[in-house]
Write a protein that binds this ligand. Structure first.
Ligand SMILES: [Zn+2]
Ligand SMILES: [Zn+2]
Length: 269
């Protein structure tokens, strides 16, 4: 089973309901915002991480890296290699943030970090193929394409409306707010629900997850969904902290879409 688990789905202004950016998928940790390490411990997943994919170097995406690496090392009974992918500059930032070099030398028998800075193409990691694409944020941000069982999942990190030259099945997209706040959303390098929907439409996705959602939308997020629905006719979900979704293989995904279409036709007869 390929399960997507949202750990943090909010903006950095913080709230109890939505933590900072982090998603777990099949041994991969996508971003590492504050408190993600403790969430992984509570879900008993800390030993399951084999790679960390960092979209960009803003604190709400890397703030928990020191604690995460120490917990991985503390919970490991033998030397474990963690692949860490990031835009350039990660090692310098991490030294400032958490004194990573100290942590790593202390735990050098338990953890080895294989750091890959810069864009990657078709890296084979744990049965998946991973590539990265440049997005459009206020700092260098990489979106990650993860291919498994013929299925393609794409995670944007933080981005304004942008385009990639590929087709994918599942999209996890920044969706800070709606078009009503387009000015501030653009200025801060983020997307509206409409931007996210247009991205999903352009890559021919079947399912769109909206994440990195501003606090204003905690109690009422129907406007986000309604705005996205106007521009994308696949399935749309608002990500919530601790929400889980089973992702289907390509063949399962298409057979379920065919079934849905047939049942819609029947309903119309
Ligand atoms: Zn950011
Ligand atoms: Zn962010």
């Amino acid at each position: 089973m390929h399960e997507l688990i949202f750990l943090g789905t909010g903006c950095p202004n913080g709230s109890k309901q939505r933590g900072e950016a982090s998603i777990f998928f099949d041994g991969l940790l996508l971003d590492c915002g504050n408190e993600c390490a403790d969430k992984l411990v509570s879900l008993n997943l800390i030993n399951n991480i084999n790679s960390i994919l960092i979209t960009h170097l803003h604190s709400d995406h890397i703030g928990d890296i020191g604690r995460l690496l120490s917990l991985i090392a503390l919970n490991s009974t033998r030397l474990k290699t963690i692949n860490l992918f990031s835009p350039p500059g990660f090692s310098k930032i991490m030294d400032k943030y958490t004194n990573m070099s100290e942590i790593l030398s202390y735990f050098s028998e338990k953890i080895h970090i294989e750091l890959h800075e810069g864009l990657i193409k078709n890296k084979y990691i744990g049965g998946k193929i991973i590539s990265s694409y440049e997005m459009n944020h206020n700092v260098e941000d990489y979106g990650y394409l993860i291919e498994f069982d013929g299925t393609k999942l794409f995670y944007t990190g933080d981005t304004r409306k942008c385009a990639i030259p590929i087709k994918v099945d599942y999209v996890i997209h920044d969706s800070m707010s709606t078009e009503s706040e387009k000015g501030i959303v653009d200025d801060t390098g983020h997307s509206t629900a409409k931007d996210a929907a247009l991205f999903a439409r352009d890559v021919d996705a079947k399912v769109l997850f909206l994440t990195h959602i501003n606090n204003d939308w905690i109690s009422n997020n129907t406007e986000l969904i309604d705005e996205a629905k106007m521009h994308f006719n696949g399935e749309i979900y608002i990500a919530e902290d601790f929400a889980r979704f089973s992702l289907k293989s390509k063949s399962e995904l298409y057979s379920s879409l065919r079934k849905n279409r047939n049942s819609i036709k029947k309903d119309r007869v």
